[in-house]
Ligand binder design. Structure first.
Ligand SMILES: NC(=O)c1ccc[n+]([C@@H]2O[C@H](COP(=O)([O-])OP(=O)(O)OC[C@H]3O[C@@H](n4cnc5c(N)ncnc54)[C@H](O)[C@@H]3O)[C@@H](O)[C@H]2O)c1
Length: 403
């Protein structure tokens, strides 16, 4: 390969599609991942994640020589960091992957290079990395272009959204913002919005926190309605007839690697100020606990009434309908909690979007619905909506399956 223009560090769900997109535009990309298996797969022109259209994009880019993967970075003009930013115990963000990726390229940097973080990051991370770089390379002080540009794609539609979504670009100074703006203009058709690094970091966190807060409101209503003997789905439908009201739907909690995670990045640093954001996390977590308690109560009531142990179907494990992703899934948490409370009842755990699981023994959804006495709907997968449920069954519907 010619000297690469771009070094993309982290070749996962976001980094690999981004690397492929840039390479498809005939820019030489040197992809870096610490996982040698990932590197081998990509260099064969194959992919290690499931994402529509990505296989063709990577196969083309590798075949034409515009994308190569490696475990180590090489010198380039542009470095993009797309490594994980999980949270540690006590819900504190862990930026050690970003630090490690940055440390790996510091010796390679030269004046005029561009450094961009795309990983979801706590406020101030880009400035922290700027200081880390300049402390180790005082010779480069103020000679680099350093920016933050968060990603907001929807898994399953990444190749389209990478090109067409609007992006927010925030540099540590105006020259950095301009340089990153120029770079993304080559690949992105959506509008590019310029700001500073801290605002761009906060913007990503706020987008997901906003969803979390709104879902918490719906979940709180579901708890009140349960006590008040009101159908929450009907209530929300009616309230939303108001021209300026738009309440979201409640569920069994909030999951996934973004909405259930990113608000903690704000709360950890601004605990006193982020009252609603923190409370929303608590409410959404509590909703899952509450669902598990409801199953426990239904099970004991069944036993009292029928003089035998109940058969219980747990319908869905994914964090949202019609996907196979179980990351931070409230349904998975509820299933685990219910099984921890098991006392010789029979359980059917159902997830039609995955074929097997290392913890749960899975049952076919049709079989589970027929065999169970208590059917617990956690995720509104399409398959579940078509099931006819006989009237003698006890149904706990935590996701509005037929709404
Ligand atoms: N997946 C999404 O839908 C999504 C959406 C928006 C933002 N994000 C954010 O983007 C970032 C990346 O997420 P992802 O889903 O692509 O993660 P991922 O886990 O799919 O991929 C990250 C990759 O980085 C590699 N890696 C870890 N440390 C490394 C290092 N020091 N050097 C090189 N490679 C390293 C890992 O081996 C892995 O392959 C995260 O901050 C995430 O919050 C993700």
């Amino acid at each position: 390969m010619k000297n690469p223009e771009v070094v993309m560090i982290g070749l996962g769900y976001i980094g690999l599609p981004t690397a492929a997109l840039i390479a498809q535009n005939k820019t030489y990309v040197h992809g870096v991942d610490t996982n040698p298996e990932v590197v081998n797969i990509i260099n064969k022109g194959e992919i290690h994640i499931i994402e529509p259209e990505l296989d063709v994009a990577v196969a083309d880019a590798v075949k034409q020589g515009y994308l190569i993967a490696d475990t180590k970075p090489v010198p380039a003009n542009n470095y993009i960091i797309v490594v994980p930013t999980p949270f540690k115990a006590k819900n504190e963000p862990d930026i050690s992957f970003v630090e490690s990726a940055t440390n790996g390229i510091i010796p390679l940097l030269k004046a005029g290079d561009m450094y961009i973080i795309e990983s979801t990051s706590p406020i101030g991370t880009t400035e922290k990395m700027r200081d880390l770089i300049y402390n180790k390379r005082p010779d480069l002080k103020d000679k680099l272009f350093i920016s933050y540009c968060p990603e907001r794609v929807l898994p399953g539609n990444v190749m389209y959204e990478l090109v067409n979504n609007d992006r927010v670009i925030g540099g540590v100074d105006e020259a950095s913002t301009e340089k990153a703006f120029e770079f993304y203009s080559k690949y992105v058709k959506g509008d590019l919005h310029k700001t500073n690094a801290r605002t761009a970091e906060m913007c990503k966190l706020v987008e997901n926190s906003s969803r979390d807060v709104q879902i918490a409101f719906a979940n709180e209503l579901s708890l009140i309605c349960d006590k008040a003997d009101i159908n929450v789905w009907e209530l929300i439908n009616l309230a939303n007839k108001h021209p300026r009201v738009n309440i979201l739907q409640p569920g069994c909690g909030v999951g996934g690697h973004c909405i259930a995670v990113d608000p903690y990045f704000i709360v950890a640093d601004y605990p006193l100020e982020s009252q609603i954001i923190g409370k929303a996390r608590e409410i959404n977590n509590y909703k899952s606990f509450w669902c598990a308690e409801k199953v426990q109560t239904a099970k004991l009531e069944f036993q009292l009434e029928h003089g035998r142990k109940a058969k219980i179907a747990i319908m869905g494990l994914a964090f949202k309908p019609n996907i196979d992703d179980l990351r931070e899934s409230p349904a998975k948490y509820i299933a685990q909690k219910v099984l921890q409370n098991a006392n010789n009842e029979e359980y059917y755990i159902v997830e039609p979007n995955i074929s097997s699981h290392h913890i749960f023994k899975l049952t076919d959804y049709k079989e589970a619905v027929v065999k169970a006495d208590i059917i617990v709907f956690l995720v509104a997968h399409d398959e579940f909506k078509t099931q006819v449920i006989s009237s003698d069954k006890i149904v706990l519907d935590f996701c509005g399956i037929n709404q």
